[in-house]
Design a protein. Structure first.
Ligand code: F0G
Length: 447
């Protein structure tokens, strides 16, 4: 059978290819990350097929908000309508990944950010089975891991990745080791990882240190890394914008807004838009806005020329890695530059997908903003007033839209999609917030 999918180095000056059945994460020639590339150009008539699958007709692969779009991430090279092939290859939690996460209008949030309700939607990815957007990418990465005969999946995590990896590993009867920055993880996420039977490895350091350790461990034969440097994670997370676009009848919004951590989401959103544009499925390109926590704002500083006058850009595949290295160097010396935010999910100083993220920002004419912890908490809280819950890091999307609207970057009539990346797993945060009457949306208890 002719190979239809392969791995390709994202460096346009390299472009080395690897078999889809490879464990490579980085190019062995130039050290750039890899992309999954498909030879076939999917027909836009698939839009109707995807829509029809919303009536799943007994197939969990139609129920799944990831595998419903399986033709657009067919790295297993299967006959997508053959249920036996699907069940042999595709990893799914009984169709639950991505099933309930679609955009919703949230009137109070719209009012807070300064947009008409009809112009802004929010997509609660926390309504995934493990409670975060990670399940989209994890179902795809574990599918590839299974294809490669992996026995153990490995990740570093600020919490949600470990919960998601643990859940899928338990379901697939695989082992799962998770490397976590000791004492810096929301208890709700930690307890999920324990409960799913993962082997916790506590790292004395921050997420960036845990990530380095986990990559070393994943070198062991039979081990398989599922952090977002894994190109198959990115494939699964492409379905987040697919679901948003489908809801909008494939009419492209002006903005897609994400919190930024390791930049897996930014990368996957960029890749999905690059492909859809190349395939002629969309004619316009929405702008991505990445929102950093101001306490963990590497990308914000580098992209906007705050650390150095130079503004870090994709630069046709030659970003200034020296500038990044200098920033990391300073970070190791300067306590003020070390990542520090109560939104622990995005307490990340070294975004491992920075090159792919820059490429996505370039393609979409994207921007990077930062918001404070207080702004994120307000954002998180106003989402609650619409009957949805999200975690503090997701509040960055709300707070970021508000800030960009206040600055006039997002215009009054712009159409905006905000991604709420995870569910509330830190119960003390809303309790503390509401018990402090000085908070904007606080409703203190009566005594
Ligand atoms: N929002 C939530 C709720 C997250 O858990 C994360 C990342 C992000 C946003 C940032 O996404 O890395 O794609 O830019 N959490 C990872 C983890 C790092 O280990 O759970 P990104």
């Amino acid at each position: 059978m002719q190979q239809k999918a392969k791995l390709v180095c994202i460096n346009p000056n390299c472009g080395k290819t690897y078999s889809i059945k490879s464990l490579a994460i980085k190019c062995d020639s130039c050290n750039f990350l890899l992309d999954v590339k498909y030879e076939n150009k999917p027909s836009s008539s698939l839009k109707e097929v995807f829509y029809e699958r919303r009536n799943p007709q007994g197939s969990i692969y139609n129920e799944s908000g990831v595998w419903r779009f399986r033709e657009l991430l067919n790295f297993c090279e299967i006959e997508t309508e053959d249920i036996e092939q699907c069940s042999k290859y595709l990893v799914s939690l009984d169709g639950a990944e991505g099933r309930q996460s679609k955009p919703y209008h949230m009137s109070k949030v719209a009012e807070f950010v300064g947009l008409d309700n009809e112009n802004v939607v929010f997509q609660p990815e926390g309504y995934n089975p493990s409670g975060s957007f990670k399940d989209n990418g994890m179902s795809a990465a574990v599918t590839h891991g299974k294809m490669m005969g992996a026995k153990k999946i490995i990740c570093a995590s600020t919490g949600n990745t470990s919960a998601s990896a643990g859940m899928f590993a338990a379901n697939e009867n695989m082992e799962c080791d998770v490397y976590i920055p000791d004492g810096q993880i929301a208890p709700g996420k930690l307890s999920q990882a324990y409960q799913f039977g993962t082997q916790m490895v506590k790292v004395n350091g921050n997420f960036d240190d845990a990530f380095t350790k986990s990559l070393e461990a994943a070198e062991e034969p039979g081990s398989y890394t599922v952090n977002s440097v894994n190109p198959f994670r990115i494939e699964g997370q492409k379905t987040i914008p697919y679901r948003a676009l489908e809801y909008l009848n494939w009419e492209v919004p002006d903005w897609l807004v994400y919190p930024g951590g390791a930049l897996g989401n930014t990368s996957s959103c960029g890749k999905s838009l690059m492909e859809l544009y190349e395939w002629g499925w969309i004619k316009k390109i929405p702008r991505i806005a990445v929102i950093n926590a101001s306490g963990a704002n590497t990308l914000y500083q580098l992209f906007n020329g705050i650390f150095d006058e130079e503004k870090l850009r994709w630069n046709e595949g030659a970003p200034n890695f020296e500038l990044i290295r200098r920033f990391y160097d300073e970070m190791s010396k300067d306590e003020n530059l070390k990542p520090k935010t109560k939104a622990t999910a995005i307490q990340i100083g070294k975004p491992s997908n920075v090159a792919k993220g820059l490429r996505a920002l370039e393609f979409t004419n994207g921007i990077v903003e930062e918001v404070t912890d207080k702004e994120m908490l307000d954002g998180m809280s106003v989402v609650g007033l619409n009957g949805f819950d999200c975690e503090m890091a997701s509040g960055a999307s709300v707070a970021g839209i508000k800030k960009l609207r206040d600055k006039g970057v997002i215009k009054k009539d712009d159409k905006v999609v905000g991604i709420l990346t995870g569910r509330q797993k830190e119960p003390l945060l809303p309790i503390d917030y509401h018990n402090d009457p000085s908070n904007k949306f606080a409703r203190p208890p009566k005594i």
